[in-house]
Design a protein around this ligand. Structure first.
Ligand code: HSE
Length: 414
């Protein structure tokens, strides 16, 4: 019998308890041991809960109980999750977490402690919820050099964009609907500003390339500036707008990594990943593209990944699973302005003819886009591909000539 503790009884935590309770027999057959929850840590009271006797408000009770060999951290946030997880690993307990903020900020440090103490620190649920992605990258694709990864990694923003694309809902209305349906947090900033997707691509990049990428190193843009006009222009261009997290290995040993909305061609496998679903494309040098698709969030999908990690921990008490990356470094990430990219530009000008003359003169060849409901003076085009810093400087030149640039969106090469 293996005793475990679950820290946090929110959406994911209650899902973990539910999955462990409802699938006891199958889980013990697969783990070759019975798994029993000894404690559930939460500051709230749950009177009448069938698990009432297991609740504790004291982290120290869990930490100091030698019977507890695995701790599941599903509290979210960085503090006190980091301190708790670190203390558990230092006390000889394996840890399973769904906490992407924790892994993205402190993964290398916690993996090092786990390695030193011959323990497991597993986090399959931290990216893509119920979609298997951490294990496939670290095990199944291990014979490949990962050329790049691109993914729709946030369900909330994908839901919002899908509503904008399919039902011409405004961003504000789609966000309100996402909140009403319980997809978006009451404070949805981490979703719509791209921070959540950023944490996830950081974890995937760290894992695929063996060195920590910290969220603050990644240029991140959310979807708050996307309008229905952009959605219409994307359709006219031949695609859709998606929030993409993308990483590529460069020949100079650095990584190119970014989180931003992109125009994705309709033929791309990611273009049809809609609603709250996530899609992750991993390009291996031997495999070519491998695509993972499924529910990236939600109580039971996420709990399923957490419990699978618990089973793996039980099966690997003696032989540690190899999951590791080293500390990151300051110059590891290429400045995004050095990336070569084609850019969609939506602008307004009082004198459209003059503005077009200037655009053609400054950018050379462009592809103009049109839409039915274009406002007067509205100009939309896609530039040729060039370094982003060059595009930025040309846009400054345009602005100095009276062209008002209202939005720019990168063209995804996916
Ligand atoms: N807020 C996240 C999302 C939850 O919408 O994808 C899962 O990480």
């Amino acid at each position: 019998m293996v005793k475990i503790a679950v820290m946090g009884y929110g959406v994911v935590g209650s899902g973990v308890v539910e999955v462990l309770t409802n699938h006891t027999e199958n889980i013990s057959r697969r783990a070759k041991e019975q798994i029993s929850i000894k404690y559930i840590l939460d500051l709230r009271d749950f009177p009448g809960s069938p698990f009432e006797s297991k609740f504790t408000k004291s982290f120290d009770t869990i930490l100091n109980d030698p019977e507890v060999r695995i701790v599941v951290e599903v509290m979210g946030g960085l503090h006190p999750s980091f301190e708790y997880v670190k203390a558990c690993l230092e006390a000889g307990k394996s840890v399973v977490t769904s906490n992407k903020e924790l892994v993205a900020a402190k993964g290398a440090e916690l993996l090092k402690i786990a390695q030193k103490n011959n323990l497991n620190f597993l986090f399959e649920a931290s990216v893509g919820g119920g979609i298997p992605i951490i294990r496939p990258i670290s095990q199944c694709l291990a014979a490949n050099d990962v050329v790049g990864i691109a993914g729709i990694l946030n369900g909330t923003t994908n839901f919002i964009l899908t509503k904008m694309i399919r039902e011409q809902m405004t961003f504000e209305d789609a966000l309100a609907l996402a909140q009403k349906l319980g997809y978006a947090e009451r404070n949805p900033a981490a979703d719509i500003e791209g921070a959540d997707a950023c944490r996830k691509i950081c974890i995937l990049a760290s894992l695929a390339y063996g060195k920590h990428v910290y969220p603050e190193q990644v240029h991140t843009e959310g979807i708050t500036k996307i309008t229905l006009a952009d959605v219409e222009y994307a359709a006219a261009w031949g695609g859709v707008v998606k929030l993409i997290g993308q990483v590529h290995a460069l020949e100079n040993g650095k990584l190119q990594i970014i989180v931003c909305p992109m125009f994705i061609p309709r033929e791309s496998q990611l273009a049809t990943v809609d609603d709250v679903f996530n899609g992750i494309m991993v390009r291996g040098d031997s495999t070519g593209d491998v695509v993972f698709y499924g529910k990236g969030a939600g109580k039971l999908p996420t709990a399923s990944a957490v419990v699978a990690d618990v089973i793996d921990c039980v099966k690997h008490f003696k032989a540690r699973k190899y999951l590791f990356w080293e500390d990151g470094s300051k110059d590891y990430i290429e400045d995004y302005r050095l990336n070569t990219v084609c850019m969609f530009v939506r602008a307004k000008a009082d004198d459209e003819t003059l503005a077009l003359k200037n655009i053609n003169h400054i950018f050379g060849s462009i592809t103009r886009l049109s839409r039915k409901k274009a406002e007067s003076g509205e100009i939309a085009f896609v530039t040729d591909c060039m370094k982003e810093e060059e595009i930025l400087s040309k846009l400054e030149e345009l602005k100095s000539l009276g062209v008002r640039v209202e939005n720019t969106i990168r063209i995804g090469d996916l």
